[in-house]
Design a protein around this ligand. Structure first.
Ligand code: I3S
Length: 128
């Protein structure tokens, strides 16, 4: 699992591979469907891309970097959520619109870094 931390004018804060599942949409519970996702924290958003390795050769086009989805972190809530999964190192991200995601990594130090970095963005937006 690779992770990078870069600071640049586009405000790219962090990028790496995490396990992800959406568990609610607009407050309505969804069935879990875990998958490995390339997660990018940039500006006020958390952006999800499909894991390039899970794509078939035919679906992979150079420069095809269209995000799968994107989450606005303004007003979002972050909580550790080990009770919501049999997996370890899980946290829950809830958006103001009632979308809920679980994010997970086998590596505790890595998931802590993600938690702290996302929380610092949420805190910064709260102060604006
Ligand atoms: O919280 P749940 O419903 O026990 O979550 C598990 C299920 O979603 C399961 O899928 P199916 O019920 O569709 O077979 C997933 O395969 C598991 O990964 C989910 O649990 P964990 O504990 O991995 O979040």
């Amino acid at each position: 699992i690779k992770t990078t931390k870069v600071l640049c004018p586009q405000e790219l804060e962090k990028a790496g591979l995490l396990n992800k599942t959406k568990i609610a949409e607009g407050g309505r519970k969804l069935r879990k469907n875990w998958s490995l996702s390339w997660v990018v924290l940039v500006g006020n958003s958390l952006v999800f891309f499909k894991d390039p390795k899970s794509q078939t050769p035919s679906s992979w086009k150079p420069g095809n970097s269209r995000p799968e989805s994107s989450v606005d972190l303004r007003g979002a809530q972050l909580n550790w959520a080990n009770e919501l999964s049999s997996k370890k190192n899980v946290f829950k991200l809830r958006t103001v619109t009632g979308n809920e995601f679980l994010l997970q990594s086998e590596t505790e130090s890595l998931i802590r870094e993600w938690f702290n970095t996302i929380q610092s963005v949420i805190d910064r937006l709260d102060r604006e």
